[in-house]
Design a protein around this ligand. Structure first.
Ligand code: MSP
Length: 495
């Protein structure tokens, strides 16, 4: 059982913000989920380092392009380490293996007759690195980002994607390739309006992979970038790895890059006679003041700042809980704090804290001597079934809702049974059931909040980590005579 998961590779002209962190955290959460479910997971992320935009950014800072990309890719790697992103491979498009793969694929397409030479005259948006048609030629603004575009006129190699129109339409109609569902028609309508061949070389852009042809061309940065999903898994040099993991199971992207991923990318794979990804999931945007969070808008929110204030798991939790995956969401510190206090500090934090406090005072800190009863085992099994189905559907916020319903049930259970009351005869039974529930909730929460889960695990005195035994542990009882450890407040309430 294998799963191949990818994120987009990020442009490194600017510092990462919570929008970039969002996609990567989503991919990481799913990767962790599948690992715990017993799958062999390959999780690819990385940086997109060529093109005019990056070249201009380096020039502006007066540093050599090589130093610029080396330094900036590290900023991403550091942030992913800080967020405990469990990627298998971090790919850079300036790596030799990637460059060779891009040239190899270019040559294959050329030999197949899928590339042809022609003149390109039209507009180009450097911030989006895309060819686009402006609404008004007198004032040519990019239809996507609304910034001024450049007119270019140059000879170019074109990729004949028009040839694959019918094949693509059929694949999209018959598969779960485009997710969420409401995007499917949008993509189909675009295809039905007629696909134009795309220019995949640039004549006057020097910072790019040189095309394997006699003239001086570099390869268009998007053509180069999409191929990372192939080079990152050994398309050219690691036959075993490639055949084990290809095709991707889930590719995460933001809705801004749907056309590249739902149109150009599958056509490229058709041309290479490779199976297509099973799902490419386009999530929504984080906005601030209703504008997409982006460097150019000057409204970025730094993940580091939130982590300093609330902790890394609070950020991971908030991003995947607050908004249904696929829709846009507005970020503000107020919304963040509310969600943090109500779900993490109150519901989860209090449940753990008061249960462990009672275990210390009423049971000398020893758990596991009375096994959980059938009723709680049954409820837990049902919750897990629902949670699993939501995770497989990539409905993160719904999966978390299931866990939170369960946490509320445990809080209610404790309130109703009130093991603190004078003369309560089954204190141990009540608390062992609650502990069993907490352990189960933590196991299911681990993909979302891996760090806090380990800390709670250690407070419970449990062995290894919640990840080491995966979801199988849900069916096992807590070993007898476990001594809980010192309590600490994992999610302190914020004023
Ligand atoms: N380099 C290309 C992708 C090539 S993939 C073969 C690119 N890079 S990017 O850095 O500009 O953006 C990458 C992704 O970051 C977006 O698709 C999206 O997943 C994420 N986000 C950037 N800003 C975002 C928000 N404000 N909100 C949510 N996600 C956003 O495009």
């Amino acid at each position: 059982m294998k799963v191949y998961i990818t994120t987009p590779i990020y442009y490194i002209n600017a510092e990462p913000h919570i929008g970039h962190a969002y996609t990567t955290i989503a991919a990481d959460t799913l990767a962790r989920f599948y690992r715990m479910a017993g799958y062999d997971v390959f999780f690819l992320t990385g940086t997109d380092e060529h093109g005019q935009k990056i070249y201009d950014a380096a020039k502006k800072q007066n540093v050599s392009i090589k130093d610029f990309v080396d330094r900036n890719t590290e900023t991403y790697r550091k942030l992913w380490n800080m967020l405990h992103i469990s990627y298998t491979r971090f790919i850079r498009t300036t790596e030799l293996e990637h460059e060779e793969t891009v040239r190899n694929i270019f040559t294959k397409l050329l030999q197949k007759g899928d590339l042809y030479k022609d003149d390109y005259t039209g507009y180009y948006c450097i911030p989006c690195e895309s060819y686009a048609i402006p609404e008004d030629e007198n004032n040519p603004l990019c239809p996507d980002c609304k910034r001024p575009m450049n007119k270019i006129s140059e000879p170019s190699y074109f990729f004949r994607i028009s040839k694959y129109t019918k094949q693509l339409e059929k694949y999209i109609e018959e598969n779960n390739f485009v997710k969420p569902d409401f995007r499917k028609n949008e993509v189909l309508n675009f295809i039905r309006s007629g696909l134009h061949d795309v220019s995949i070389t640039r004549k006057n852009v020097e910072w790019g992979i040189s095309a394997p042809v006699s003239e001086n061309y570099t390869i268009y940065v998007w053509f180069d970038a999409l191929i990372n999903y192939l080079s990152g898994i050994g398309y050219l040099h690691n036959e075993n790895l490639f055949s084990k993991f290809w095709p991707p199971d889930v590719q995460f992207i933001g809705k801004d890059i749907i056309r590249f991923h739902h149109i150009i990318w599958p056509c490229l794979l058709f041309a290479l006679d490779l199976p297509l990804p099973k799902t490419i999931f386009a999530h929504g945007w984080w906005t601030s003041g209703k504008d997409k969070i982006s460097k150019s808008k000057g409204n970025t929110i730094s993940p580091e700042k939130i982590i300093d204030e609330y902790g890394l798991d609070a950020l991971r939790y908030f991003l995947l809980r607050e908004v249904p995956f696929g829709l846009d969401g507005e970020y503000s510190e107020d919304i963040f704090k509310k969600r943090y206090n109500s779900d993490l500090a109150n519901d989860l934090g209090n449940l753990v804290n008061r249960t462990l406090n009672l275990v210390e005072t009423k049971m000398s800190g020893i758990i596991g001597n009375i096994p959980a009863n059938m009723e709680i085992i049954k409820i837990t099994g049902e919750v897990f079934e629902k949670y699993q189905a939501k995770m497989q559907k990539i409905a993160f916020s719904e999966a978390l809702e299931e866990i939170w319903r369960y946490i509320s049930f445990l809080n209610r259970f404790l309130d109703e049974k009130a093991p603190w009351r004078e003369g309560c005869s089954n204190v141990e039974e009540i608390l062992n059931n609650t502990i069993y529930g907490i352990r189960s909730a933590i196991i299911m929460l681990t993909p979302f909040i891996p760090d806090a889960s380990i800390r709670i695990w250690q407070m419970l005195g449990l062995e290894e980590t919640p990840e080491s035994n995966g979801f199988k542990l849900l069916n096992q009882k807590i070993p007898e005579g476990i001594k809980t450890n010192k309590r600490e407040i994992i999610f302190p309430r914020k004023k």
